[in-house]
Design a protein around this ligand. Structure first.
Ligand code: NAD
Length: 362
């Protein structure tokens, strides 16, 4: 049987983007050796680097390359150099455009705490035990995309959701829940908002009719924001709309200890996805070789699992990363005497080659 081959577009971007992207390339090269993966990586421009080179934050060549690809791996975009640019020439515009161009409606943010990192979280260690949740956020609808207007005295942002939008994100969350503990918490504000009441009706119907093996409970967003701090381990799959997901995912990210540890994925219905660390371009540390590459490497693992259908390789990479954490192989955002980006990358590559993972599941 021939090994399937995949095409991935790499978008290093700005600031520390190229540094963590280089780490991802090194790890993918090792996975090709050790696991026989066949991935063709094509590098393209996005963000400030693309504005400088082509006058556009998302040049047509990048869009065309992404159209031919199975997945996209992005470093980060933005930086002070472009902060004064008009809206159309802001690096972040490239990111918004790529989401819209490929209809990336399903945003996944896994939040997994690890005992070796508990000390870096603002929460007490006993509250962090066993936290392993997946935030599924609707990314292309809701109040961020609704009609907006403003005059001198008033302003309005319309929050609108349609049945098909709710159905497809519920199905995406349900497919993920099936591979986990089969529990979904639907987070909304159904005591006040009409859109939330539509979400409840539609999401429960999808689960009842199409996924009867799953259980879905409801929680108001205010209660969920408190629960994330008091009993985060209660959650498994948390499904919510765009605005609530934006806020809750940033709140939940604090449980892990550093922005440099958090991956994300944004998918469409064809399982094509954009994979990127949650953090930005960190201009304050760019070029110093100290950026934490784990968020990017965990994004690679998500890409292997969700778009390339290589779960064994994803598991292998995640296990190696967790093993590195257990052994204290951390960067300077976590400890002053921490390792550099290159040292962490080399350790991950070496362990992948040697087949060394965490000694025991945590
Ligand atoms: P940021 O995430 O870039 O940085 C916040 C803080 O976290 C900084 O102190 C930074 O040094 C640190 N940090 C972030 N990632 C790190 C890593 N991997 N290793 C070690 N430390 C890390 O957020 P910001 O400073 O608000 O934004 C900087 C730029 O990034 C802005 O132009 C912003 O628009 C852009 N941005 C881009 C994205 C994206 O590309 N998806 C996301 C957020 C912000």
């Amino acid at each position: 049987m021939s090994t399937p081959s995949f095409k991935v577009v790499g978008l290093p971007g700005d600031g520390i983007g190229p540094e963590v992207y280089a780490s991802a390339c090194a790890v993918l090269a090792v996975l090709q050796e050790t696991h026989g993966l066949n991935i063709e990586l094509e590098e393209q421009l996005i963000g400030g680097a693309a504005v400088d080179a082509t006058g556009s934050p998302l040049p047509p060549a990048t869009i065309e390359a992404c159209r031919r690809a199975d997945a996209v791996l992005l470093g980060a975009v933005g930086g002070p150099k472009w902060d004064g640019n008009p809206a159309e020439l802001r690096p972040e515009k490239g990111l918004l455009q790529i989401r819209a161009e490929f209809n990336l409606f399903c945003n996944l943010r896994p939040i997994v705490t690890h005992p070796a990192l508990h000390a870096f979280s603002p929460l007490r260690p006993e509250r962090l035990q066993g936290v392993d949740l997946m935030i599924v956020r609707e990314l292309t609808g809701g109040i961020y995309f609704g009609k907006k207007w403003r005059d001198a005295e008033q302003a309005e942002d319309v929050c609108r959701y349609t049945r098909p939008e709710i159905e497809r994100i519920t199905r995406a969350a349900a497919r993920i829940a099936r591979q986990r503990s089969k529990r979904i918490t639907l987070v909304d504000k159904a005591n006040v908002l009409e859109t939330s009441r539509l979400w409840r009706e539609v999401a429960h119907r999808v689960i009842d009719e199409e996924f009867p093996d799953l259980r879905m409970e409801n929680m108001y967003v205010d209660a969920a924001s408190m629960r994330l701090l008091t009993r985060p381990a209660d959650f498994d799959v948390l499904l919510t709309e765009n605005l609530f997901g934006d806020i809750l995912s940033d709140e939940a990210s604090m449980l892990c200890g550093s922005m440099g540890l958090l991956p994300s994925a944004s998918l469409n219905e064809a399982r094509f996805g954009l994979y990127e660390p949650v953090h930005g371009s960190a201009p304050d540390i760019a070029g110093k070789g100290v950026a934490n590459p784990y968020a990017m490497l965990l994004s690679v693992a998500m890409m292997l699992r969700h778009s390339l259908d290589c779960p064994a390789e994803a598991d292998a990479l995640e296990n190696v990363i967790h093993g590195c954490w257990s052994d204290g192989l951390l960067t300077r955002d976590l400890r002053p005497d921490g390792l550099g980006t290159g040292q962490v990358t080399a350790a991950v590559c070496e362990r992948l080659r040697a087949g060394i993972a965490a000694l025991a599941p945590f």
